[in-house]
Design a protein. Structure first.
Length: 637
């Protein structure tokens, strides 16, 4: 009896008995067998040396395939744990997952890890890679595995095994003398990890994320296919540190945050000026696209949030307050409020689509450890909109939104944009039939818009699937930005209706849409994307007039008046300081244009223009400069 396997290209291979992916790769070529890291069997990753059942489709995973990075990072965590226990035998290992761009492992140890310890651990990891230790999967009896880890002093691992479902197989991986609990898969040996890894930092953590349980030490690292990819990433990190919006926000005097308001923002005049420009721009998009701007309450009785589904699916992220023996929720989203506005009148099918928009302030109870400057906050404002439409109108509305979003991103300086479709999560409301309809509706709309997209299983909102727009910034980092979400569930739960052409009551489809999303986060991304060098129309202070001598003060006032009359925001610096000092100070604050004025400029009715990032000075006639700056500072819409 023979067994056969299918390859991704449609070819098939036959063997006398079940074989491993390594043997399949060996029959194809010795080179492929040497490069094989794992296998994807019927879409699932497995270890390269495990036997494969008859009839399976087998893909050989090499270093160049998309799945390789996950394997490399997973193994880097295990090699790090082995290194730590060799160097610090009293340390217990707990959990070590992969994360975006790297990995971490949580350790329980009396003494804190130091920066020098990280260097030592990293060196030992390199030694383990050179040892070329085989990594092999073993299935253990549950009680034997618990006894093994308890005997080794690994109480946390024993607890994990005790908590596993009764029907779950207990698999351990052995590499050299190190044995760890893991579902796998893994690389076939430690040498396959290569040299593209680096440990980055130590942070505090709690066992299973519970502050009442044991405190742990989390060592973070990054891992890549090779040293070249690692160095490129480290260079990106270095550049990102220079662009950090918290650092630039202080230099540019835009905002601050403080302990009395965790996860909230104190906007300074210049920061609020950026906010207002973004808001005015987006508000113009609203008007031009047929949206009516509305405003809903900040708090509403929990009964509404129970009806909407937020109580069952989102309450751990909500803030609550009480008054007169009633419990209210501070809104984390604007959608239930917009349904109430829609429900305030009876609508005909002729009225649809109805488009509401709101710069709605929301509050979400984000964990303190997840907060990050103005990128991840507890109080934020969304450019939120909701479209109430018939099912037949969905494609046209999503297509129109796509065009709006792409135009907006281009105006803000983003060119590299990918579209993703986030599908039903495990925790959701609605039937599978309703989800099928919603997901297929968005697929049809994307096809109609001529868009290529990637699908993300399990990442939709609890009430419906969503299209996501992911933007890459100027240093290659991806940011998830706008969304449009198909929701037939909330209109049903909150009794939204319209009267169709047959005078029958029907439920509208609700489309949730946002282009920039959180205003706070978007402004933070803009600051980092442009490294603070915001385009003239977006800069809080696009122009500063700096005088060389006090004799030019009157001319400076004349120039300022002309610019303001043309609609240009401008400030003057008439201090009795050297012009070089003034230029350096305003350049540090990222002012795009400095007009340097002296007696010669006054006599010739000119201005000397110094642009941010340039050492050159351009002399231009005053009226020409005013006209050019007025044009460059207008909203590009």
């Amino acid at each position: 009896m023979s067994v056969s396997y299918r390859l991704p290209d449609g070819a098939s291979m036959e063997f006398e008995q079940p074989v491993s992916a390594l043997e399949i790769a060996g029959r194809i070529s010795k080179k492929l067998a040497k490069q094989a890291l794992a296998a994807k069997v019927n879409g699932n990753l497995i270890d390269v040396y495990l036997p494969i059942d008859d009839g399976a489709t087998v893909e050989i995973i090499t270093r160049d395939t998309d799945d390789a990075l996950e394997l490399i990072r997973h193994d880097a965590a295990h090699v790090m744990a082995e290194a730590v226990q060799e160097l610090f035998p009293d340390t217990q290992v707990t959990i070590g997952p992969t994360i975006e761009n790297g990995f971490y492992y949580d350790f329980h140890r009396a003494e804190p890890f130091t920066p020098d310890d990280l260097k030592t651990i990293e060196k030992r990891m390199q030694d383990i890679v050179r040892r070329n230790e085989d990594i092999r999967r073993e299935v253990w009896d549950r009680d034997e595995a618990i006894a093994f880890f308890l005997n080794a002093g690994e109480e946390f691992k024993a607890e994990i095994i005790r908590d596993l479902p009764a029907d779950q197989e207990v698999s351990l991986y052995r590499q050299g003398d190190f044995i760890d609990l893991c579902r796998g898969p893994h690389l076939p040996s430690t040498s396959k990890l290569g040299d593209g890894f680096k440990l980055t930092k130590v942070a505090g953590a709690y066992w299973r994320g519970d502050a009442t349980k044991a405190q742990l030490q989390r060592i973070y690292g990054t891992a890549w296919r090779d040293k070249k990819e690692l160095n490129a990433y480290l260079k990106q990190l270095e550049e990102a540190a220079k662009r950090d919006h918290r650092k630039l926000g202080k230099e540019m005097d835009l905002f601050h945050q403080q302990e009395e308001a965790p996860g909230m923002v104190f906007w300074h005049p210049r920061g609020w000026a950026i906010w207002q420009k973004v808001e005015q721009y987006v508000r113009k998009v609203y008007r031009d696209s047929g949206y009516q701007e509305v405003r809903g309450p900040q708090i509403m009785d929990v009964s509404l949030w129970k009806r909407s589904g937020h109580w069952d699916n989102y309450q751990e992220n909500m803030f609550f307050t009480e008054s007169e023996k009633r419990t209210y929720a501070v809104k984390p989203m604007n959608c239930p409020g917009h349904v109430q506005i829609y429900n305030a009148a009876l609508h005909s099918y002729r009225d649809l689509p109805i488009r509401y928009a709101e710069f709605g302030g929301c509050h979400r109870n984000e964990p303190s450890g997840a907060l990050h400057g103005i990128m991840r906050v507890r109080a934020f404002t969304q450019d939120d909109g909701h479209i109430f439409c018939t099912e037949d109108q969905v494609e046209a509305e999503v297509t129109a939104f796509h065009k709006q979003a792409m135009a907006v991103y281009a105006d803000f300086g983003f060119e590299n944009i990918s579209v993703k479709l986030a599908l039903r999560p495990d925790k959701r409301i609605g039937t599978d039939e309703a989800w099928d309809k919603a997901e297929n509706g968005l697929r049809a709309a994307l096809s109609n818009a001529g868009v290529q997209w990637e699908e993300l299983p399990g990442e939709g909102a609890f009430y419906g699937p969503k299209i996501e727009y992911h933007l890459k910034d100027s240093i290659g980092r991806a940011w998830q930005m706008g969304t449009v979400q198909f929701d037939p569930m909330m209109p049903e739960r909150l009794d939204a209706e319209y009267v169709d052409e047959n005078s029958q009551r029907q439920r509208p489809i609700m489309l949730h849409r946002a282009i920039v999303g959180s205003m706070e986060r978007f402004i933070g991304i803009l600051i980092e994307h442009h490294a603070g060098h915001l385009p003239l129309w977006l800069a809080p202070v696009p122009v500063v007039i700096a005088t060389i001598t006090n004799a030019a003060d009157d001319y400076a006032r004349t120039v300022k008046a002309k610019l303001e009359a043309a609609g240009v925001t401008v400030e003057m610096d008439l201090r009795n300081e050297k012009i070089g000092y003034k230029v350096r100070e305003h350049s540090r604050a990222k002012v795009p244009v400095i007009l340097v004025l002296g007696k010669q400029e006054e006599e010739e009715q000119q201005v000397a223009i110094r642009r941010l990032g340039s050492q050159a000075t351009e002399t231009v006639a005053l009226d020409e400069a005013v006209a050019n700056l007025a044009d460059a500072t207008r909203l590009p819409i």
